[in-house]
Ligand binder design. Structure first.
Ligand code: ZN
Length: 242
């Protein structure tokens, strides 16, 4: 099975539209989403509706849970909380019902999926060797997929050693030996210095991973953020992939 793994769409329609066009050209069998459909961005209804129609599995992220009232917004940064409040006001019934049906962890195709990490599926960022090691310890599958940090990474556990790190756009990996923890990066708000939308193509039989980056109309999303009166910093940071 060939899978396109997307995460952290964050209501950025122009990024999602470009990624879905690239996915369609790659003809995967399924689309998996690791959560945070909403928050930060100006198009929560459109993005949620599209993923609801297209993805075979979708997790809930901390922003989705915050908008639904299942997490306290006092735990969010001021900008994130401001957009979560705004999203609560504009979110339509059908996208809200879809988000309400999601959980922050799941499993499919022999892989374990978490928005954050196995230890804390909602909040933990897996960015250090320590957090990666704990993620391997608390799971048993060979492929663990996480989102949340907005940074594409590929880490391998083999013979007790964790190796790997940042996965640059366009990089390809053979997953033949060891166990792997992979973050596809963010569709809607990349934070690795590359402003292009990120996603992962995963061939579960061939054990092959391909980190894709897709250019999109950043200025169009920035204009929508400003038009809705959302925090300016959320528009600014998209240009640098911060
Ligand atoms: Zn996120």
């Amino acid at each position: 099975m060939k899978v396109a793994v997307v995460s952290d769409v964050h209501a950025n329609w122009h990024a999602l539209e470009a990624v879905l066009a690239d996915i369609d050209a790659q003809t995967p069998d399924e689309i998996w989403c690791l959560g945070d459909l909403v928050g930060y961005g100006p198009e929560p209804n459109r993005c949620t509706t599209e993923i609801a129609e297209r993805a075979q599995i979708c997790l809930a992220g901390n922003h989705d849970l915050g908008v639904l009232g299942r997490l306290e917004l006092s735990e969010f940064s001021p900008d994130a909380a401001a957009v979560a409040h705004w999203t609560q006001g504009v979110l339509e019934d059908e996208p809200r019902a879809f988000l309400s049906s999601l959980e922050p962890m799941g499993a499919r195709g022999g892989a374990d999926l978490f928005h954050g990490s196995p230890h804390d599926p909602v909040w933990e960022y897996v960015l250090s060797e320590g957090s990666a090691r704990r993620a391997f310890e608390e799971t048993s599958s060979d492929i663990i997929l996480v989102g949340h940090s907005h940074v594409p990474i590929a880490l391998r556990l083999e013979d007790g050693t964790v190796a790997g790190g940042l996965a640059k756009g366009g990089s390809e990996l053979e997953l033949n030996s060891g166990r792997w923890l992979i973050n596809p990066g963010a569709v809607g708000q990349p934070r690795d210095g590359d402003a292009r939308a990120a996603y992962l193509l995963l061939d579960l039989e061939a054990r092959h991973a391909h980190f894709r980056r897709v250019p999109y109309d950043i200025e169009a999303t920035q204009a929508e953020i400003r038009a809705e009166g959302l925090p300016e910093d959320l528009a600014r940071r998209l240009a640098g992939g911060e």
